[in-house]
Design a protein around this ligand. Sequence first.
Ligand SMILES: *[C@@H]1O[C@H](CO)[C@@H](O)[C@H](O)[C@H]1NC(C)=O
Ligand SMILES: *[C@@H]1O[C@H](CO)[C@@H](O)[C@H](O)[C@H]1NC(C)=O
Length: 239
Amino acid sequence: MRLLPLHFLAVLAACSFSGEPTEDITIAYKVLEVYPQSRWVLITCYSPEAPRPITYSLMASRGVLVATRVVRDDKPASFNINITLKSSPDLLTYSCRASSDLGTYGPSSWLQMYWELWTKPVSQLQADFTLRDGNSGPTAELSCLASSGSPPIIYRLVGNDGRIHAQQRPLHGKPANFSIPLSQTFGWFRCEAANGVSVESSASVLLPPGELPLTPTCILAGSLVSIAAISYGMLRSTR
Ligand SMILES: *[C@@H]1O[C@H](CO)[C@@H](O)[C@H](O)[C@H]1NC(C)=O
Ligand SMILES: *[C@@H]1O[C@H](CO)[C@@H](O)[C@H](O)[C@H]1NC(C)=O
């Protein structure tokens, strides 16, 4: 396991915007589509207190103005942008500002898109099993979601022997759903979430519940977390 290279942290600290971030305006993002070298992202800026109309500006690092939006209702401003992997992480830092009749707001906190989109390990994997009695007999539905980690995240249904029974790549932020027919299957199953940076496994669950396990020693399978590899993106950052 490796920690973030020191120079990467130094770059984050060196990002400069005029003014300290304020709480009166927030910035958030959602990944809409994943391309090999870029991500299509929705960035939202929101200042609930400011009187309308309000003009929002999305700023990139070094004070570059990306776009502006005038909002007359109570909704956040939406910016759809295609963010391309750049060798210099500090070029992928975004912040919101706003202005209305009563004054100016911001800058918001800084969104480090290089980190968010290319180098953030998968974490907070949640796996939920539900038993159902369908037409084709009893099934176990497994829903898996890692609520944090750079896209794309691939989810795998893994048996105790390490065999991959199925895999899915849902839209970023959506869970993978696996269906396991219990009439044909039994044993221990777990969900694994992987991106280019790390792999995380859920605890193993015995299916159907109450059956005698084939290999009782595997009770120890438990929850394992491993940082598997350093992403392509992070390697690029060391150039
Ligand atoms: C974003 O960029 C990719 C290429 O990197 C392109 O294929 C895609 O159409 C672009 N998406 C939008 C919405 O502009
Ligand atoms: C799994 O189910 C959820 C909730 O119904 C849905 O939002 C999600 O897109 C599904 N995932 C896949 C890969 O179909």
